[in-house]
Design a protein around this ligand. Sequence first.
Ligand code: ADP
Ligand code: 5GP
Length: 210
Amino acid sequence: MPEKRNKGSLFIVSAPSGAGKTTLCKKVLSALPYLKFSVSYTTRQPRKGEVNDREYTFIHRDEFTGMVKKGDFIEWAEIHGELYGTSKRRLEELLAAGNDVLLDIDVQGASQVRKKSREGTYIFILPPSLEVLKTRLEKRMTDSQANIKKRLKAALSEIKEYTTYDYVIMNDVLNDAVRVLEAIVTAHRASRKKINPVWIERTFFPKEDT
Ligand code: ADP
Ligand code: 5GP
């Protein structure tokens, strides 16, 4: 592992369901060291291939509302009839270990994080068109036709929120979109305010032994 030369940052990624955010994030997470995924809690059922505590921690609604009451979430939202939330403890642990953290959350969650934290890079993923979005949802075969209709209806109001994000990536050709997301994270890491001054001190101005 290369030495970590900067302080941990938050990358908040939102998109309408089916835009390809999960696919895109998985690729970038496996390519970049020190970038970790914050595993959310949800009340929705696991999809085929999803593993508990990897994509999500799948819990019952009463457990979720208990966690809300205890203040366990930095943000949470009801999306398409199910509850989703980001654990404060998980996020703090990942940052404390020196990682950058990627939050895959919806526009309501992103707005809550924005209000609580001055830091954070906000990235919005767009599908090339509504038709393509519909095709992707259908091809994924994880949602009923009624669910797909719900998600497409929600997509337009979510897309309107793009103006509150720092970056917009159109996910047309997957590998092009992956490169753009990697570039955003990489460039942010090199920004002067993120560089750890201790590393510069130690490397270029080491204290003489007395
Ligand atoms: P989201 O997490 O945004 O809901 P997914 O990552 O599950 O979306 O992607 C939805 C579907 O679209 C999946 O079947 C995925 O394989 C496919 N997909 C994602 N990105 C692309 C792309 N650039 N081109 C074609 N298909 C894509
Ligand atoms: P899906 O059910 O397709 O995995 O996700 C539906 C939506 O929930 C996506 O927009 C995803 O970004 C969002 N989501 C996933 N985890 C969280 C979370 O912890 N908080 C919020 N607010 N949204 C989440």
